[in-house]
Design a protein around this ligand. Structure first.
Ligand SMILES: Cc1cc2nc3c(=O)[nH]c(=O)nc-3n(C[C@H](O)[C@H](O)[C@H](O)COP(=O)(O)OP(=O)(O)OC[C@H]3O[C@@H](n4cnc5c(N)ncnc54)[C@H](O)[C@@H]3O)c2cc1C
Ligand SMILES: *[C@@H]1O[C@H](CO)[C@@H](O)[C@H](O)[C@H]1NC(C)=O
Ligand SMILES: *[C@@H]1O[C@H](CO)[C@@H](O)[C@H](O)[C@H]1NC(C)=O
Ligand SMILES: *[C@@H]1O[C@H](CO)[C@@H](O)[C@H](O)[C@H]1NC(C)=O
Ligand SMILES: *[C@@H]1O[C@H](CO)[C@@H](O)[C@H](O)[C@H]1NC(C)=O
Ligand SMILES: *[C@@H]1O[C@H](CO)[C@@H](O)[C@H](O)[C@H]1NC(C)=O
Ligand SMILES: *[C@@H]1O[C@H](CO)[C@@H](O)[C@H](O)[C@H]1NC(C)=O
Ligand SMILES: *[C@@H]1O[C@H](CO)[C@@H](O)[C@H](O)[C@H]1NC(C)=O
Length: 537
């Protein structure tokens, strides 16, 4: 085809999408058309109608809400889908994709529903939500050290399935058991094994993927560029991940979990200062995270900072204590702060759900045993230079200005992460990153995120973010795709506009490569959301 014809076709298609979006079709009519489209494409009409929900169905709200992880978005004003489809197999996904395009809807793909900005289940345009809640089979192959996991499975279900077959293999994934594998791997994915084995995406060995035309591809048939893009570039910019094939990693039968708390009165500043040097450079069998928040001292009006140092060592307590004694004696961890357990139990204990080592491991795969505690806005930074003590004290003072609803969560990197180049996968926060600095304010005690107190917290977070600029990574100030933050910008008309947020998630070289791959795989930009990889005219 001649180039001018191609351009003409492109313009035609674009104007189709634009007019569809702008003249917002009567939603009910269109959703009926959508339903008949689905029905005409299948031979079993009844089975289809059980998998499709419109706002007229009484269970619409509860299906939508079932995997809305951030309570901030559970409110009437959150824009909801025109249709929810909950497919049980790949053929139904193909059909849903076909009818979504045919009737001019956008699509949003939801696996675990943990997106920080709700883009998997909310949009200001008419859209179909593809809910992968029914597609969560997990097939663990101990002999070959691999597992096939469907996109709708949750991390806790994955951990539990592995532990049912072996206690000496695991997968290096995230901390919260209800995060979905569909979104998580697509953004990179760090967790308690990141210093030993890198990101989760580094350990993905194959994928089952549906492109915009409904073709089902694997690593071989899609080629290495797209396979690269899916593991850190955000899969939802490219198509639908049906399943990931994961490489499992060896872990000891017994690991050690520990926790100690320090306040400023207990030399917290000195200890955190030292942490910045030792935690990223110590033995990679050890990860130490720190949860930091402000609180009143006793019943006085004076405040302090409390720090929970906690983590997991891939070995027994004796070796762990010797290691700390040598490298980090100031932390003063004693035997009574430690507990030996299996790897899966360590995931349970460190999930921050109030689980202990005696909680049955099933709980990690049991959604109703896991409380939805989170109602928050969050932002993430990477720290590459240790922050001096005098500056740490300024940071604590800044925290005192808030009302105690804040939480910082620090994860040490280093170890295996030093071995990857920034372009090995789209995830570029590698060598030289000392730790990740997650900052959040919570609204759990508020009726919404717009009460006066909530608005004060949001303003505090914004101010804190600005305040931290001198202490965190620069040029670009790095951000993490899995902690999506629409405050970074949503412009995508030109590279200059998109680079404002895109280079923060991926850095320039990776972002440009992602844009090239996107143009090949989805040239009409069907798979999109406010911070998806852009397509330029
Ligand atoms: C409480 C909590 C704890 C967390 N802990 C960690 C952690 O320890 N480590 C870490 O790295 N991250 C962590 N995260 C962030 C988490 O990795 C991201 O929010 C991730 O995107 C969630 O994936 P999901 O499937 O649950 O989310 P969803 O909201 O379902 O999806 C997130 C994004 O991925 C896309 N997507 C989902 N499924 C597919 C699919 N099948 N194909 C294509 N695109 C898809 C969605 O469209 C959306 O753009 C945490 C988040 C929360 C809320
Ligand atoms: C939703 O409502 C329609 C119309 O009443 C019905 O045909 C369909 O079966 C309902 N869907 C579900 C999942 O209950
Ligand atoms: C997908 O599921 C539907 C409904 O259960 C069924 O009719 C169809 O045969 C299935 N297709 C495949 C390929 O399994
Ligand atoms: C391991 O992989 C090989 C080759 O893919 C396969 O033939 C074999 O069945 C696998 N082992 C198990 C236990 O599935
Ligand atoms: C704090 O550090 C000082 C000097 O290093 C030490 O003397 C003191 O015992 C420490 N305090 C606590 C509570 O550990
Ligand atoms: C606060 O603490 C002081 C000193 O410990 C005590 O005397 C007082 O009763 C406390 N006040 C309240 C309201 O608990
Ligand atoms: C509170 O802070 C003031 C001023 O720094 C100090 O004088 C006072 O002793 C502190 N009170 C407590 C209980 O720490
Ligand atoms: C899941 O957790 C709930 C709530 O704790 C409990 O009632 C239920 O029995 C658990 N289910 C399983 C299968 O363990």
């Amino acid at each position: 085809m001649k180039k001018s014809h191609l351009v003409f076709l492109l313009v035609l298609t674009l104007s189709f999408f634009v007019s569809r979006g702008a003249s917002s079709p009567n939603d009910l009519d269109t959703s009926e058309d959508f339903l008949s489209c689905l029905q005409s494409k299948t031979n079993s009409v009844t089975s289809v109608s059980q998998l499709v929900f419109t706002p007229l169905n009484s269970s619409f709200q509860s299906i939508w809400q079932a995997r809305v992880n951030n309570l901030r978005f559970i409110k009437p004003s959150t824009p909801k889908p025109s249709v929810i489809v909950t497919p049980v197999n790949d053929t139904q996904i193909q059909t849903a994709l076909f009818c979504t395009k045919k009737h001019g809807y956008e699509i949003r793909i939801r696996s675990g529903g943990h997106d920080f900005e709700g883009v998997s289940y909310s949009a200001v345009v008419p859209f179909v939500m593809l809910d992968l809640i029914n597609m969560k089979s997990i097939d663990v192959d101990v002999e070959n050290m691999t597992a096939w996991v469907q996109a709708g499975a949750l991390l806790g279900e994955l951990y539990y399935s592995i532990s049912q077959k072996t206690n000496t293999l695991y997968f290096p994934a995230g901390v919260c058991p209800t995060v979905g594998v569909g979104g998580y791997m697509g953004g990179g994915g760090y967790g308690n094994l990141v210093r030993k084995y890198g990101t989760a995406a580094d350990n993905v060995v194959d994928v089952r993927f549906m492109d915009v035309n409904g073709n089902i591809l694997d690593r071989k048939s899609m080629g290495e560029d797209l396979f690269w893009a899916l593991r850190g570039g955000g899969a939802s910019s490219f198509g639908i991940v049906l399943a990931w094939k994961l490489g499992l990693v060896p872990v000891p039968e017994i690991v050690t979990v520990f926790r100690v708390t320090k306040t400023l009165e207990e030399n917290g500043t000195d200890i955190f200062y030292k942490y910045q040097y030792v935690a990223p450079s110590m033995d990679r069998d050890l990860i130490i995270r720190v949860q930091i928040f402000s609180e009143f001292i006793g019943n006085t009006t004076n405040k302090t900072i409390r720090m929970f140092f906690e983590g997991v060592y891939l070995g027994k307590t004796d070796t762990f204590l010797q290691l700390l004694d040598k490298n980090f004696p100031e932390l003063n961890v004693r035997r009574e702060n430690c507990e030996e357990m299996s790897m899966v139990q360590s995931s349970l204990v460190l999930a921050d759900q109030g689980f202990t080592s005696s909680t049955p491991t099933e709980a990690i795969a049991n959604q109703s045993a896991i409380k939805k505690l989170w109602n928050y806005k969050a932002k993430l930074d990477y720290v590459r230079t240790p922050i001096p003590k005098s500056e740490l004290i300024k940071i604590w003072r800044k925290m005192f200005e808030n009302d105690g609803s804040e939480l910082l969560m620090v994860y040490a990197f280093g170890g295996k992460m030093e071995e990857y180049s920034d372009t090995a996968t789209p995830y570029p926060h590698r060598a030289g990153v000392l730790y990740q600095l997650f900052k959040t304010v919570r609204f759990n005690d508020q009726t919404s995120d717009t009460t006066p107190a909530s608005l004060r917290r949001l303003a505090w977070l914004q101010g804190f973010d600005t305040f931290l600029e001198p202490y965190v990574s620069k040029n670009p100030r790095e951000a993490y795709l899995n902690y999506l933050d629409l405050d970074l910008g949503v412009g995508s008309e030109t590279y200059e506009e998109a680079s404002i947020w895109g280079e923060r998630y991926w850095k320039k070289e990776n972002f440009k490569k992602l844009i090239r791959i996107k143009a090949q795989v989805d040239p009409q930009n069907f798979f999109r959301h406010p911070q998806s990889i852009p397509v330029f005219n």
